[in-house]
Write a protein that binds this ligand. Structure first.
Ligand SMILES: NC(=O)c1ccc[n+]([C@@H]2O[C@H](COP(=O)([O-])OP(=O)(O)OC[C@H]3O[C@@H](n4cnc5c(N)ncnc54)[C@H](OP(=O)(O)O)[C@@H]3O)[C@@H](O)[C@H]2O)c1
Length: 283
């Protein structure tokens, strides 16, 4: 059954954590249900069967709705359009069709997988070139705008972008994305350039791989000392730090303990000195 579209005022606000559903395969539905029961209200997925099982996300949501854990309107649901090179043979669109048609087919398939008639955010999984915002990206983005105009997504975003990509896309389309989703390496100043651009342009910066790309940071003496000071875990310190510098964090936790700890990091406030100390580790 398709959960009906909510009126604008009823729709979910941006939560302070996104639960990521990549690489969960046959455990996807159960983990999505578990994450919702734990308290997550933001779900990130993609119509890219190679790394995500989006239909499994839909199953988990349906179970949670039936059990009264949450309603569609309580959940910030985000999915992505992925170009052909990022996919395997299980495509959500006709590869011979124009890109604009592929975008529409991909989102239609996502809505079916997720049992809904709108998503909260629709993200271009990555630009077609590592260097520039190309004509292909422009065609895909214009098609995404049409989906938004038709009410099938509230917001539009881009992922895996450099500062140059975002600057070029704004110049071409006279529009900033509502969100950017990037991998956040501590050694690159936690993506400092893109983050500050996002802050200046009121773009929500979503950071993934905060723990997995920064294992050295999670085990760093400074982070461990701060964790001990607050009787928290180093992972919670990383998430609290992320929020303090304007990152909306993603987590792909599969253990219930990690899910609860991740959510509990939301009320953790680091001092500005601690934030500076963690940020300066990467300089
Ligand atoms: N846009 C893109 O191209 C892109 C690329 C990659 C990822 N993503 C998104 O980002 C999501 C998250 O990916 P990710 O790379 O950040 O995470 P991830 O690869 O799913 O891994 C999270 C890891 O951190 C561990 N963990 C979580 N909370 C912890 C805690 N409190 N203490 C200790 N360990 C903890 C988890 O362990 P347990 O599993 O044992 O709990 C797991 O090993 C993905 O699912 C996907 O939605 C997007």
């Amino acid at each position: 059954m398709v959960e009906q579209r909510a009126s604008r005022s009823e729709r979910a606000a941006l939560p302070d954590f996104l639960y990521g559903t990549a690489w969960k395969e046959e455990r996807t539905a159960a983990l999505v249900e578990l994450a919702l029961r734990a308290g997550f209200r933001g779900i990130d997925t993609a119509n890219q069967r190679r790394h995500y099982f989006e239909a499994g996300v839909g199953e988990g949501l349906a179970v949670a709705y039936r059990a009264g854990v949450a309603k569609r309107v309580d959940i910030f649901l985000q999915t992505k359009f992925t170009y052909r090179p990022g996919q395997d043979h299980r495509l959500p669109y006709d590869p011979a069709a124009r890109l604009s048609v592929q975008v529409a087919q991909s989102l239609a398939s996502s809505l079916e997988h997720l049992g809904t008639d709108y998503v909260d955010s629709f993200v271009l999984h990555g630009p077609s070139s590592g260097y520039n915002w190309t004509d292909a990206d422009a065609e895909a983005w214009e098609a995404m705008r049409k989906e938004r105009d038709a009410g099938r997504t509230r917001l539009l975003g881009v992922s895996n972008v450099s500062l140059g990509h975002v600057e070029q896309m704004i110049a071409v389309h006279s529009e900033a994305p509502a969100c950017v989703q990037n991998r956040c390496y501590a050694r690159l100043g936690w993506d400092r350039e893109v983050r500050s651009f996002c802050r200046e342009h009121n773009i929500v910066y979503q950071g993934f791989s905060l723990l997995t790309a920064n294992v050295g940071m999670v085990h760093h003496q400074l982070v461990e000392t701060i964790a001990a000071r607050y009787s928290r875990t180093p992972a919670q310190v990383i998430f609290a730090f992320a929020r303090a510098v304007g990152i909306l964090p993603l987590t792909g936790a599969s253990s219930p303990k990690h899910m609860s700890e991740d959510l509990a990091s939301s009320d953790m406030r680091l001092s500005s000195k601690e934030v500076e100390e963690i940020e300066s580790l990467a300089r």
